[in-house]
Write a protein that binds this ligand. Sequence first.
Ligand code: HEC
Length: 310
Amino acid sequence: MARWPASESCARRRHQGFRALQSVRGAGVVCLGLVLGSAAPAGEPPTALKFLRHTQATGELRLSELREMPAARTIRVFEPYEEREVAFHAVPLPDVLDAAYSSSWREEEELLFTCLDGYQPGIPVARVLAHSAWLAFGRADQDDFAVWKHESGRRQWIPLAPLYLVWENLSNAQLRDDGDYGWPYQLTAIDLVRTRDRFPNMLPPEGASRRAQAGFREFRAHCSRCHRINGDGGTIGQELNDPVSPLDYRDSDWLARWISDPRAVNPETRMPPLNLALADRERVIRDILEYLETMAAARPEPRGSRPDGR
Ligand code: HEC
């Protein structure tokens, strides 16, 4: 099975990866062929988007075909790297997925994207169904398909080709709040994957309560891009189970308040509130806490507390 990266935090890791890519580019990129496929000469973006299902290749769509799709349009979004409104030429992601997989992708759990540098961010299918995602293939306001990215006081010109995942976020506070999460660029492939294949250590144990199972799905949708459970997940926030669960040092009322509105507890925090648009936030928080409790109870005993001291 393919190895998944430990982190889902798109911007950080893929940015490092991009730098690495730039530095090897001049040196004649040999290994990139593995990611790009054979059609693209080294250094040129590939001319087709590849599709896989559970790591098996199922087909590809030429970019020239993608640009000609009837739903292609110019859309305006708040671009998170330039931090301003930008117009892109784009096609709706669901139309592309329908063309590649028929409607069956809607029953899957996650979309795993592959970027030019091999970085693989995952996005829950539920997020694509809940919001308007587009695959951009050009900028409408300039010829270069690239954005300025500000980092540590420096501006970097980031090429986006062949494709950039963008979201209609101009009137969607939740998406705006999520910043650059879900905006991977230089996309070359899409795979449909199962959470249990990608994050086996995040799964609740067999026999876990229905509420804990539901909490796991909510945790996957709202928390795991920043937090790890037993080493699986993102690295923006801390590991939340092994060796320390927040339930070891906080009570559940405090945690419920924290998840609902972290800035009310600590105005400096980088953690966003749980999606304010959810209809049943209290239930979702209860289920997530039940999941965290179940995972804490199923932890392997800490070293040293075993009778034989191992
Ligand atoms: C965008 C990233 C991000 C998301 C999404 C996120 N967190 Fe966090 N979380 C953080 C960061 C960063 C911290 C570290 C503390 C800080 O910055 O204040 C943190 C801290 C925590 C803590 C420790 C609080 C303490 O002081 O003991 C818990 C528990 C937690 N998060 C749970 C969750 C849960 C549950 C979810 C999903 C509902 C979630 N987080 C979603 C980034 C995130």
